[in-house]
Design a protein around this ligand. Structure first.
Ligand SMILES: Nc1ncnc2c1ncn2[C@@H]1O[C@H](COP(=O)(O)OP(=O)(O)O)[C@@H](O)[C@H]1O
Ligand SMILES: [Mg+2]
Ligand SMILES: [Zn+2]
Length: 560
């Protein structure tokens, strides 16, 4: 039942278990909980039931075991259990008769709870108290919960329940109200990095401080995740681990590299931007990964730009925040928003494009050259021969810029640029407005191919909306025209083949009834069907059947 004993693989113990804290002092963070539980021991006021809530890998199970030992150590009760006596050792090994760990996820039935209740009747064998640690308690079935509640209502003396859950909201109030609830916090990057450093020093792992921070950040508050990442990196690399290597092993991009890309963008260096991008790409990072990191960075930079207290929102060191502030110094929030929008569009295009790298390249070039695009409002003003209402963004010397001959002389601005009125935060970014060019649209290509072979099917495809989701091609058909779905279903192989030709990927096709409103928005008006197609359509068996059924004359609406 206890994981520590189980997971030792041939002498090698995974880092997360080897480094499980065994005393309150070793627990990182969670000081509020350490204090309360220590006080309970000191004052001998131990409650009948505790609930430990919090995300994975933040110390719930570890704390439950430390508390159990504190209560039951032969030289206790004590806030510093010895770790050596028989009780301490048995609890650590999972062999204790009196401290029982139950995984709620796999023992979630009534029978399991009945078993506990039978077990409860007996006094502790060797320990002071019987302790039941129920992990993932939210997984108990409703029947099991009810059985368990009875026990919680009248707990036998010398019994402590410690329940742990990652999903407090799934627990009934009846349970919550009977427990002392402790909320475990996600650990900060600094707390995680500090602990990793101890492990690194003790195990003699060679790794750069930057790489340690990279792991800490990626673990998102979970010490267990951080330790597993470090474990993976250490077992992969004999030599010293730096950010670059870590990137390769764990698929993590170093943030400095991402900042370098964005830095070149903000400085409007086309070559520099592409150079930084290619560095990453040819180091083995997929476009999807780079895009994700760019997104994350632009989000963080936006927060740094607009928030008065970014340190409260972002888990960042002072150094990192300073670096980010510097990066966005001359960039307006509106511009960051435009970056975000361009990346967003690139993301959906890259998913279907045959060459995603070129999609990202074009997106970054667009970001660099945003100033080349003149806001429509400004253009209108200029055409009217009037000066624009506000100072306009000035193009950098390097970027060529289209200026109509009638343009009035413009004041040179320095430092932070003021966004033009039409370019403010809320307005749609003018540079990014046009949708994907039809030439690159895979759905367009599919329909073209199919039109050659089956014009009728192609006509149906025209009525559908196409999207890509998680490696699948989702075809939305008008909800009141399910025959389109049937028709496509019969021609599935053909459609899949055409999709593969257009996207270079084998995609599973799924159908989806789309509400009319949605189709109207996205559907482009098609020219009327040509006569050949109409003739073919009228000869289709299904139409013939309908004609027979309704005893009508086939024809087309516009012709009547
Ligand atoms: N607060 C913490 N301090 C030190 N190590 C921790 C902490 N939280 C988790 N760990 C590490 O992660 C591993 C798993 O922690 P665990 O207590 O089982 O987390 P949880 O039960 O919250 O999922 C531990 O063995 C330990 O190495
Ligand atoms: Mg746990
Ligand atoms: Zn002991």
């Amino acid at each position: 039942m206890m994981e520590d004993a189980d997971k030792k693989k041939g002498g090698y113990q995974v880092m997360a278990l080897k480094w499980r804290p065994s005393t309150f002092a070793e627990v990182v963070g969670q000081q509020h909980i350490v204090r309360s539980l220590s006080n309970a021991i000191k004052l001998n006021r131990i409650a009948g039931a505790y609930l430990f809530c919090g995300t994975r890998g933040v110390g719930k199970t570890s704390m439950a075991r430390i508390f159990s030992r504190s209560i039951n150590c032969e030289s206790g009760p004590t806030t510093t259990p010895c770790g050596k006596c028989r009780n301490c050792a048995e609890i650590a090994d999972g062999n204790s008769m009196d401290v029982v760990e139950i995984d709620g996820a796999s023992n979630n039935g009534v029978d399991n709870i009945r078993e506990i209740r039978d077990h409860l009747q007996y006094a502790p064998v060797k320990c002071r108290m019987k302790i039941y640690i129920i992990d993932e308690v939210h997984m108990l079935s409703p029947a099991a919960f009810n059985a368990f509640l009875k026990t919680l209502e009248e707990p036998p003396p010398h019994t402590v329940f410690i329940m742990a859950t990652t999903e407090q909201s799934k627990l009934p109030d009846t349970v919550l109200s009977r427990c002392q609830v402790f909320e475990f916090r996600a650990l900060s990057d600094q707390e995680i990095a500090g602990r990793l450093q101890k492990i690194i020093d003790s195990d003699g792992i060679r790794i750069t401080p930057g790489a340690v921070m990279m792991i800490a950040r990626r673990a998102e508050g979970s010490m267990r995740d951080a330790q597993s990442l470090l474990d993976q990196a250490a077992s992969y690399a004999a030599e010293s681990i730096d950010e670059e290597l870590l990137g390769m092993v764990l698929g993590l991009v170093s943030r400095e590299k991402i900042w370098a890309v964005l830095g070149a963008v903000t400085r409007k260096e086309v070559d520099g931007t592409l150079h930084q991008l290619h560095d990453l790409y040819y180091a083995g990072f997929e476009v999807g990964v780079i895009l994700r990191e760019l997104f994350e960075a632009v989000r963080a930079l936006t927060i740094v730009k607009v928030s008065n207290a970014p340190e409260k929102i972002l888990k960042e060191t002072g150094d990192a925040l300073a670096a980010m502030k510097q990066l966005v110094e001359g960039v307006t929030p509106g511009r960051l928003q435009q970056y975000y929008d361009i990346l967003l569009r690139a993301k959906s295009q890259a998913a279907t494009a045959g060459n995603p790298l070129s999609v990202l390249e074009m997106a970054l070039i667009k970001m660099v050259r945003l100033d080349d695009v003149i806001p429509v409002a400004e253009l209108v003003e200029r055409l009217k021969g009037m000066p624009a209402a506000a100072p306009q963004p000035q193009a950098s010397a390097a970027a060529p810029r289209f200026v109509p001959p009638s343009a009035p002389p413009r004041p040179a601005t320095s430092g932070a640029r003021q966004p033009a009125p039409s370019q403010n935060y809320d307005a749609p970014p003018p540079a990014a407005a046009p949708a994907a060019p039809a030439a690159g649209d895979p759905w367009e290509a599919v329909r073209a191919v199919i039109k050659e072979k089956k014009p009728l099917l192609a006509a149906s495809l025209d009525k559908m909306v196409f999207s890509m989701e998680a490696g699948r091609a989702v075809l939305g058909y008008p909800e009141d025209q399910s025959f389109i779905r049937d028709q496509c279903e019969q021609n599935r192989a053909l459609i899949e083949e055409a999709l593969q030709a257009a996207t270079g990927r084998r995609l599973a096709v799924v159908f989806n009834a789309a509400p009319k409103a949605m189709l109207k928005e996205t559907q482009v008006k098609k020219p009327a069907m040509d006569t050949a197609m109409r003739r073919q359509m009228l000869n289709e068996p299904i139409i013939q059947k309908a004609v027979d059924l309704f005893d009508g004359t086939p024809g087309f609406e516009e012709e009547r």
